[in-house]
Design a protein around this ligand. Structure first.
Ligand code: RAM
Length: 340
């Protein structure tokens, strides 16, 4: 699917309300006759990437008689989402959608939710398959590793030392991508390049910047930092933008156009990528209704259609995984066409 500027402009205004649940921010979309109540739990607060998923969720929820409540922990620790899952179980919501911070740590609580009749979906990253009913992922996780290595190769001409700046060390999406990158490298996929380190910025801007600085100090021959996290790539670009190494060390990976625009314009970043995060939220909202009304029972091979959205039709893969859409590359020639 080609991501058009129009498709990605947030259409819904959100009302934000602070609640008493920990340090969480709760946003709700109002609906006259609410039929479906959904709690969406992003990895952590303060990451615009997840706002884009929420926008897609809410845009679709509007016409589905659905309210979407968004709650998240302050940090993306492995078990930090558990209290939010527990609260949703107590509230007897229709569905819990979660972007998990760990593949296994949330399982007992998610299984409790499913036992209570609540639909459980993972969005953007996955748990082990029996802890949820279906998963909506942005890309084919097995292929993204090759993609990340190749995008690094492109910005450094296929030669030299490079490093990964990841998010948390338990993040299922990040770990899947790091693993498939390593498999690609081990298979001879990047002969002229050496991956010298993988460090973790925990999807926290300060820690990500500190880790980027440490890489620059420790590896004087470093040619690129690949941060497959929107927080990490923005932090690394910020560090390089004011460093004498600007232009000598490349930054690439996965970022939002809005956060990266200035670093493309000032010459720090040649190119980076992302997909349409809103599409994941929209698919999740529609899938919840299809499951609740028994039109769809997730399993491999099941076709799922949503008129007017993305490619309009998806076929569930192994373990009921839906792949939302392909990555899109951004550079100086197209960055101004994208706003999210
Ligand atoms: C960060 C998160 C998320 C990842 C995106 C690209 O915001 O780590 O999990 O998918 O970046």
């Amino acid at each position: 699917m080609k991501i058009t500027k129009k498709a990605l402009v947030p259409v819904l205004g959100m009302s934000l309300i602070l609640t008493g649940i920990g340090a969480s921010l709760v946003s709700q979309s109002a609906s006259a006759a609410t039929k479906y109540t959904v709690t969406y739990i992003p990895k952590n607060l303060g990451n615009p990437y997840f706002d884009a998923i929420v926008n897609g969720f809410k845009k679709s929820a509007k016409s589905l008689n659905m309210t979407v409540k968004v709650v998240a922990p302050a940090a993306a620790g492995a078990t930090d989402q558990i209290p939010f899952i527990e609260a949703a179980i107590q509230q007897k919501v229709t569905a819990i959608a979660i972007s998990p911070n760990d593949a296994n740590a949330l399982c007992p609580t998610l299984k409790r939710a499913m036992k209570a009749g609540i639909i459980v979906l993972t969005v953007n990253g996955d748990t082990t398959a029996n802890c949820r009913q279906a998963s909506i992922t942005p890309v084919d996780f097995a292929k993204l590793g090759d993609y990340l290595v190749n995008q690094t190769s492109k910005v450094i001409g296929g030669k030299g030392e490079w490093a990964f700046l990841s998010a948390t060390s338990t993040a299922p999406d990040q770990n899947a991508w790091l693993k498939s990158s390593q498999a690609f490298i081990d298979g001879g996929g990047a002969p002229g390049m050496t991956l010298v380190a993988t460090v973790y910025g925990d999807d926290a801007p300060e820690k990500s910047a500190t880790e980027a600085q440490a890489l620059l100090a420790k590896y004087p021959n470093l040619k690129a930092i690949n941060a497959p996290t929107t927080v990490g790539i923005a932090a690394a670009a910020q560090v390089l933008s004011t460093s004498p190494l600007k232009g000598k060390v490349q930054v690439t990976g996965l970022g939002t156009p809005d956060q990266m625009r200035q670093y493309v314009k000032d010459g720090t970043v040649k190119s980076f990528s992302l997909w349409d995060p809103g599409l994941e939220g929209s698919i999740a909202a529609n899938l919840i209704v299809a499951m609740k009304t028994k039109k769809v029972t997730p399993k491999a091979g099941v076709k799922f259609k949503i008129a007017g959205l993305g490619t309009g039709s998806w076929t569930m893969g192994k373990d009921a995984v839906i792949i939302a859409g392909p990555p899109q590359e951004f550079d100086a020639t197209n960055i101004d066409n994208f706003h999210f």
